[in-house]
Design a protein around this ligand. Structure first.
Ligand SMILES: CC(C)(COP(=O)(O)OP(=O)(O)OC[C@H]1O[C@@H](n2cnc3c(N)ncnc32)[C@H](O)[C@@H]1OP(=O)(O)O)[C@@H](O)C(=O)NCCC(=O)NCCS
Length: 332
């Protein structure tokens, strides 16, 4: 699907910016002035036209400061100089009474109040306040790429699990149980409550209290930096025992049920491989069931070299009879 392209204006009036207050579909929020780029129009022309139609303001776009991409659209944000006009004079189509698309109210919002208000999109609002507090109205020289809805795979990081994520881990687990999803790379999460799980993760990392047949392992949780949401888990086993060499591999991972298909599976593995390097593992074995297409794609995308398939031949294993594909990745 082609993404809708829009241009938007950041217009300062003293210590405030111009904004449209909206009520629509039961939601109340604020937006930056702007709208869809029309055929044959430049971004700058679009911003200029929209500022006049929506707010009755004559503006001059000075520089592009953000490009914000979401699932359906890409918005280009420009710092604009206010030439003339007064907020409230907009006569655009949004103000026609028969339009039936909720409330439009031309307004200004104090920059210091933005963190308290639902100014859309939040990633731009946050970046704007941060840049403004640091650099004043000059903001940045080159447009910064932002992702709304956080589809940016490089927005992920691996961290050790701590109590801070207690509630998120509990919810993550519940969603896996509800979906009947496989708990790869989560240590004992399926069977333990979160407190016990946290304790075991710490113990196993240090090689303490390991059950028979277990090797020491580091459990990571994968967090999206922009909103601190837990989006996945990854476990690195520090050595291979017989079972791991044949079937389990060094790394197990999974992505939250509601965050799949955004490229996170490939990215979590990429981050995991970097951690392997820090742990001194130079040749990493990664495996997947031969029916797990998504996992195979993640392994191949990270340079996995197929070695062979092995069938789980232990009748006590819950996956008895399943075929496991084995891949190696050399870490440079
Ligand atoms: C495997 C898993 C981690 C993939 O996570 P993800 O975030 O959906 O993966 P990505 O978005 O990076 O997608 C990777 C590729 O798989 C494809 N894919 C994703 N889900 C798929 C599915 N259900 N069927 C087929 N292909 C799928 C994607 O289209 C993408 O393909 P591309 O390279 O052609 O673009 C996730 O499905 C998961 O957590 N599964 C349960 C646990 C698990 O199986 N872990 C792996 C154990 S070895």
């Amino acid at each position: 699907m082609e993404k809708r392209i829009s241009a938007r204006a950041i217009i300062f009036i003293g210590d405030s910016i111009v904004s449209m207050y909206r009520e629509n579909d039961g939601r109340k929020y604020y937006t930056f002035p702007g709208g869809g780029v029309e055929k044959g129009e430049t971004f700058e022309q679009c911003v200029t036209r929209e500022a006049f139609e929506e707010f009755g303001l004559r503006v001059k776009p000075l520089k592009k400061v953000y490009i914000c991409e979401s699932e359906k659209k890409i918005d280009h944000f420009f710092i604009c100089k206010l030439l003339s006009g007064k907020v409230g004079d907009g006569k655009g189509e949004e103000f026609q009474p028969d339009r039936n698309r909720g409330v439009y109210k031309q307004t200004t919002i104090k920059i210091s109040k933005i963190p308290l208000l639902p100014l859309m999109p939040p990633v731009v609002a946050q970046a704007f306040v941060k840049d403004y507090n640091k650099n004043g109205i000059n903001l940045r020289n080159r447009a910064k790429k932002l992702y709304d809805g956080c589809e940016n795979p490089s927005d992920l990081k691996l961290v050790l699990p701590t109590k801070k994520y207690y509630d998120q881990v509990a919810l993550f687990k519940q969603k896996f149980l509800d979906a009947g999803s496989s708990f790869d790379g989560t240590n004992t999460l399926r069977d333990d409550d979160v407190s016990t799980w946290l304790k075991k993760c710490e113990d196993y990392r240090k090689g303490k209290n390991l059950p028979k047949g277990f090797v020491s392992a580091t459990q990571y949780i994968c967090v999206r930096k922009s909103d601190d949401k837990l989006v996945g888990m990854l476990q690195i086993r520090h050595q291979l025992n017989d079972f791991l060499l044949n079937y389990g591999g060094h790394i197990g991972d999974c992505i939250a049920v509601d965050e799949r298909g955004k490229g996170y599976g490939k990215q979590i593995l990429k981050l995991g491989l970097k951690k392997c390097k820090n742990l001194g593992i130079k040749k990493v074995l990664i495996t997947c069931k031969d029916t797990n297409i998504a996992s195979r794609k993640c392994i191949l995308a990270n340079g996995g070299k197929f070695e062979d398939k092995r069938q789980i031949d232990d009748p006590r294993n819950k996956d008895y009879g399943v075929c496991i594909e084995r891949y190696w990745i050399e870490i440079k």
